[in-house]
Every structure is written in C-alpha cells, then in structure tokens.
Write a protein that binds this ligand. Structure first.
Ligand code: XMP
Length: 510
C-alpha cells in the first residue's frame, strides 16, 4: 500500500501530521528520523515529510537525513528542523538565531506550486531557533516574514518543499491547503477511505489467517466490537468471539452489544460471569485491588472459554486484539526508537494457551476505527460511545461493590447519559460518568426527613484523556438531571457536579 512516510525528528506535532494526511484520505506512517533508507522504502512511500524537532543541526549527535533519501527522487516536504537538514545537505547556510521566533506570524508568499490557492499573505505557526540564511543551489525562496527572509523555499523540479513553519497545526489556517498541494505533487491517490480500508484489511486478514481459527475477546467497547465485525466479514465462522459480561457495564449495554453483533451475524458466545465477579469483589474497597481482581477473573473466564473452544473446534491459532496506532507509536518509545514492540500482550494467559497475535487495527487511530464501524454497520449509538474503563462501574462505586449499589449507580448513570442525548450534549462531551459515593447526607422530601446517598456527576472535554477540563453545562440541564435523579432513585438524595480539571484530578474517581 502506497503511503506518505513522515520522518520523526522529535516534533510534538509529528503525530498530528499523520492525522492531517489521514483526514485528507491518504495513508501515512511515522518512521524514526534515524531510520535506514530501506525501512523507509518498505512503506512504499510516494512522498516523504520531515517533521520539525527540538534539536539544532549544529548540535552534537543531531540526527541527519537518512543516507540515500535525496537520491530516491521522492517529493519531500520538510518542516522546520527538516528544512534546515535539507538546506545543510544541499549546501545552503543555516544560521543560529539569537531570538527564537515562536507563535503566530504573518507570512507573505510569492507563488510556487506549494502555495497554489493560498493568496499572498497568510498566518502561520512558527517555532524555531535556527533559520536558513542562504538558499541552497536549485532552490528559490517562496515566502518570508518580517523576521525571517527565507520562511519557505522550493526546488520545484525535484519536488522538494521546505517550510520554516508548521502547516499541520490549526494555528496555520491554510495549512491543509499546503499539505494538499504537496499531495498533488506526489501523485498519490487519495483513496484511504473507510470502505477501502475495510476491503484492504479484509484481504490482509484472509491472507494471514488462511484456514485457521481466530479467537477474539469482546469488551463492549467500540474497538473490539468493530474488530468482531471486520473479522466476521473477513473470515466468517472461523472467528470465535467471546464476550465476558462481568456485570459491571452500564444499564442495558451488554444486551445492546450482544444484539448488535448477533444481528450482524458474528459468531458470538456470551458468558454471563457477573455473579463470579461480584463474589470476587465482595468486601473489597481499594481501587487497585478491584482492578487486579477484575483483570484476574477476566483472564480466568476467558481462558476457560478459550480451552472449551479449542476442544470443540480443534486448535485456535490466532488471538485478535484491537491494538491501535497510538499504542504502537507509544510502545516504540517515540522518537529515535529502533524497534516497534507490542505492549499489548497475552502474558496474562496460562502457558498452555499459546496464540499468535492478530492486530488488524495497528495502523489506525481511534476515529478511523469509528469510521470503519460505520462502514461495517455498527449502530451509531454503539459507535459513538464515550470511553469506558475496562473495570467498568466497579471503579465508580466508591467503597464496596455490591449488586444493590451497582443497581443504584446504573439508574443514576442512565438518567445522566440519557439526558445528555436528549439535550444534544452527548456527542460534544468527551466522557461523562456518575459516581456513587459512600457519603450519606440528610435531606427532606415531602414531609419526611431522608438520609441517603450522594452521587457525583462528572463530564469532561479532552483530546486523549491525558488532560481534561470539566464541562460547563448549562445550569438548566444540570438542574433537570439532578431533579430526575432525586425523584426517581429513592436511595439518592443529593447530586453534586465535579468541577475539577485533570490535572490535578483524574477523570475517574478511583
Ligand atoms: P483517568 O481516571 O486516569 O482516566 O483520568 C483516563 C481515561 O482512562 C480510563 N480509565 C481506564 N480504562 N482501565 C481502562 O480500560 C482502567 O483501569 C481505567 N482507569 C481509567 C478513564 O475512563 C478515562 O477515559
């Protein structure tokens, strides 16, 4: 599959470049700037983008261009540090600047293919110390700012374009146009669409799996459900999907997932293990202990079922996992890492259960999985669900987890989430949840005094869950939810809204 290779020199925006290209329906991969040319060519690039980076070309051990890159004849888009590498390699002059230019700058462009449809002046995000002070041979300057004479340069003949600013960030409003102009120069077809991804992955899965069988654990989340659908499309009954229902999902969620997958024809076994999980959790209040118990029980139930399926169907060779591209990049250690190793492993499974891993989503971002889910017919309600932790409601029942407490929490959570949908706020919220606390407080209802539970509502906006801000909901909405909860869940008489961002708070309470 042809691609654009993004060479990573340590820019905080490297991943964003890949995202932008994917949004433009082009497949792209991140490769370390220190990679060998063969590793780059293995990705069948039609163009190469050099990211920025924190280093100066004059630093000791500064990463250089992969040997042979400039002889490949490939179009190159070089950003910031990348531009300086090209300038240096082509015998231009890079000068250390006394002042770091950082932030928004006004650029004037003077033509060139890269700036097609970008008229004259535009705003761009600059972040650099060094800059090119003398053009390399074959290049001409195509943009400048008041502080930087050569803010962009090109060698149109060879298809090499260099920018002293970041086209990939939103602060460069016309950045996508520049990326599109570069893509036009590479001649790469913009056909990385959900339908094509499905077709291609189906073909690859069939090739890898052949006549063998595949086991897949379904968690109820969008990744594993989508993977189930994809595998079903690719290999039909050779797939055994196993849904371990730990009884810690939201109201009606387990049934919803089961119904959707069965209706779409997935070969699914559902194991209701809720009693077993509840027993194992009885009397446990510590959050980490809860997580450990749930992890351990899950492995046990899953392994038992795997063995049962082995004895029924004979050997199962593959275990499918919904590993995503960010996991792959992270476990590669980011910039400069030589090997990509999977940090999702089956280490927890007993020794007599050996599988080869099948990870069809290794190249995908989360929102691409959602698009594929759409292409495969997963209902919108399941596809666009908020993130949900593996240990489920157990870590939202502060203190002990019991069937009764889970039931209360489920009702509260359902009122909150349903209201979010009703008020059209669900899709704009990154994650929303309810927490049942062990705190009881005094209230008054009708003529009577109450002494009942306190629940917390929490909702956040976030990009990736690493940092988050609490959501400023309209007061009327919060008032409605609070009334509904207290009026219809007798065990609860007080509702509070969490206004802590992350950091210092975490998203979950446990
Ligand atoms: P925190 O609470 O750490 O959560 O701010 C960040 C994101 O991770 C989810 N989360 C978990 N997911 N197993 C999971 O699969 C867990 O043990 C777990 N703990 C937190 C949380 O819901 C949020 O999306």
């Amino acid at each position: 599959m042809s691609s654009i290779v993004v060479l990573d020199y340590g820019s905080q925006y490297t991943r964003l470049i890949t995202r932008r290209l994917r949004e433009l329906n082009v497949f792209s991969v991140i490769v370390s700037g220190r990679a060998d040319i063969n590793e780059i060519l293995a990705h069948q690039p039609r163009g190469v983008i050099l990211s920025g980076g924190p280093t100066s070309v004059y630093d000791e051990n500064a990463p250089g261009l992969p040997a042979g890159l400039l002889d490949t004849g490939l179009p190159i888009l070089a950003i910031c540090y990348g531009m300086q590498l090209i300038a240096q390699a082509c015998k231009g002059v890079v000068s250390p600047s006394q002042v770091r230019e950082y932030g928004k700058a006004e650029l004037s462009s003077y033509g060139g293919k890269l700036f097609a449809h970008v008229d004259g002046e535009f705003i761009a995000w600059m972040s650099h110390g060094d800059s090119v002070s003398k053009l390399p041979r074959g290049f001409r300057a195509i943009a400048s700012t008041k502080d930087t004479a050569i803010a962009a340069m090109e060698d149109e003949e060879r298809g090499w374009y260099c920018l002293q600013f970041h086209p990939e960030v939103r602060h460069t409003p016309k950045g996508n146009l520049l990326l599109e102009n570069f893509l036009d120069r590479t001649g790469l077809k913009r056909d990385w669409t959900p339908e094509n991804i499905v077709t291609q992955m189906t073909r690859e899965i069939r090739q890898q799996v052949g006549e063998e069988r595949v086991l897949l654990g379904i968690s109820g989340g969008v990744d594993s459900s989508t993977l189930g659908l994809l595998l079903h499309r690719a290999i039909g009954k050779q797939l055994s999907a196993v849904f371990v229902d730990h009884g810690l999902l939201r109201l009606g969620e387990a049934e919803e997932v089961e119904r959707a997958l069965l209706e779409l024809g997935v070969n699914l076994t559902v194991i209701d293990a809720s009693e077993r999980f509840l027993q194992a959790l009885a009397g446990v209040s510590d959050p980490e202990e809860k997580r450990k118990i749930i992890g351990r029980e899950f492995i046990e139930v899953f392994s038992q079922e795997a063995k049962a399926q082995q004895s029924e169907h004979g050997d199962i060779r593959f275990l499918a996992q919904g590993t995503l591209y960010p996991d792959v990049i992270e476990s590669a250690g980011g910039y400069g890492a030589a090997n990509i190793k999977s940090h999702h492993n089956v280490g927890g499974l007993p020794k007599d259960l050996k599988f080869e891993l099948l990870e069809p989503f290794r190249t995908l971002f989360k929102d691409e999985v959602r698009e594929i889910a759409h292409a495969l017919g997963l209902p919108a309600q399941l596809r666009n669900r908020h993130p949900f932790p593996g240990p489920g409601l157990a870590i939202r029942c502060i203190g002990e987890v019991s069937r009764e407490r889970l039931e209360v929490l489920r009702k509260v959570d359902d009122i909150f989430i349903s209201a979010l949908r009703e008020f059209g706020l669900y899709d704009d919220t990154w994650q929303a949840l309810a927490v049942l606390t062990p705190i009881r407080s005094v209230g008054v209802m009708g003529d009577g005094r109450t002494y009942a539970n306190t629940v917390v509502l929490r909702a956040v906006s976030s990009l990736d869950g690493m940092t988050a801000d609490w959501t400023r909901f309209p007061h009327d909405f919060l008032a409605t939810v609070s009334n509904r909860i207290v009026n219809s869940v007798p065990q609860v008489n007080r509702v509070v809204y969490d206004i802590t961002s992350k950091p210092p708070g975490t998203i979950e309470w446990e």
